[in-house]
Design a protein around this ligand. Structure first.
Ligand SMILES: Cc1cc2nc3c(=O)[nH]c(=O)nc-3n(C[C@H](O)[C@H](O)[C@H](O)COP(=O)(O)O)c2cc1C
Length: 351
């Protein structure tokens, strides 16, 4: 046990690492506060940064915050702290999505296998074509184990299933293209002219697939405006899904942690990843994403993996904006608005 409070530099370090997480349209729907005892950090959803048409239930928001939580865990270990994580704690106001009690010393410096900390800054969405090269079985096994450690099923799909998921993604992309309100919402998060601290800059957008095999999201519309280049993508994209048993905010937070853990590990191995989320955004295509072999479950994310260019970095809001002072009454016995609102915290785990 250590009684040492986190100092301001520790808090900034944690908030910067947490804030490097991926999020839908780089919306960064989160903020941080130290816990009232000064020995932990809480992460909150920021609903002013919601993407309501694309993500009406806040599922993608919680996945993004789950990724933040995993980054916080990795950074906490770097600070020599052993994170005790509580998801959706109850009985306080305001309402955190997760609280990390960092009052104990870390027992081990690499609890997640290799050192994942450098990958927090090195991880980017790569929307560029990948090489026609399979991910080795050994690495696939490591990614599956990483997600499994977070209670989430990661499946790297065989050819027929990959094509089924890509077809569903293409169908969802067509629907999104025909939905003018959603198109307008996506455009609000594009930052094509001026530098900004959020949203997607021009450099991070990729080409369209010349052969239409990889249905990358057309952020600038159909037809793309300004026009997007086309390139030949890999012949058989390697596609992975992340699935949870249930479909509640705590499952979304777990899925986000699993996604980030697998994505950081992939980055350590030189693999590139991007997200194909379109089919998860429509209830019927989402239901059809389920693998008929693996039975019930809720697909939370579709990832494309491979070897290729790393993708461009995207900006983040400064820590001066995302890190707020401790709120009176905000401690580890608090309630998140999207949780049940009553009852015990969802889970407290030493990670
Ligand atoms: C829930 C979620 C959904 C996303 N959906 C897509 C998507 O459909 N297409 C895409 O290209 N990127 C998608 N992304 C990636 C984000 O656009 C990306 O994380 C964000 O722009 C920040 O960039 P970075 O990942 O390079 O840090 C998604 C990310 C999350 C967390």
């Amino acid at each position: 046990m250590t009684n040492a409070s986190l100092n301001p530099a520790d808090l900034r370090y944690l908030a910067a690492a947490g804030g490097a997480a991926p999020s839908l349209h780089n919306s960064q729907p989160w903020f941080f506060r130290p816990t009232i005892d000064g020995r932990g950090i809480a992460v909150y959803t920021d609903r002013t940064r919601a993407v309501p048409l694309t993500d009406p239930d806040g599922r993608a928001m919680y996945i993004s915050v789950g990724a933040v939580v995993f980054n916080l865990r990795v950074a906490a270990v770097r600070l020599g702290r052993d994170p005790l994580l509580t998801l959706l704690p109850h009985d306080a106001d305001p309402l955190p999505a997760a609280v990390l009690d960092l009052s104990r010393f870390a027992q081990t410096s690499h609890p997640y296998g290799p050192d994942l900390y450098p990958a927090i800054a090195g991880r980017h969405s790569s929307r560029l074509p990948f090489a026609n090269r399979d991910v080795p079985e050994r690495i696939v096994g490591e990614l599956i184990a990483a997600a499994d450690a977070e209670g989430v099923v990661l499946a790297v799909l065989e050819e027929a299933d990959a094509r089924r998921v890509l077809n569903l993604t293409a169908e969802a992309e067509r629907r999104t293209a025909a939905d003018l309100a959603r198109q307008a919402e996506t455009r609000e998060w594009l930052r094509l002219e001026e530098p900004a601290a959020d949203g997607i800059p021009r450099e991070a957008l990729g080409p369209q697939d010349h052969d239409a095999r990889v249905p990358v999201r057309a952020f600038t519309g159909h037809p793309p405006t300004p026009p997007a280049s086309t390139q030949r993508f890999e012949a058989l994209p390697q596609v992975a899904t992340l699935t949870t048993h249930f479909d509640r905010p705590e499952d979304w937070l777990r899925a986000g942690q699993a996604m980030e853990r697998a994505w950081l590990l992939a980055t350590v191995h030189g693999l590139r990843v991007s997200v194909l989320h379109q089919a998860v955004e429509w209830p019927d295509t989402r239901a059809n994403l389920r693998d008929p072999q693996t039975g019930p479950g809720h697909v939370q994310m579709v990832l494309r993996m491979g070897y290729g260019p790393p993708g461009a970095p995207t900006p983040r809001r400064p820590v001066t904006e995302t890190l707020q002072p401790a709120a009176p009454g905000a401690d580890t016995t608090t309630t998140d608005g999207a949780g049940a609102g009553t009852g015990p915290p969802v889970a407290t785990t030493r990670r």
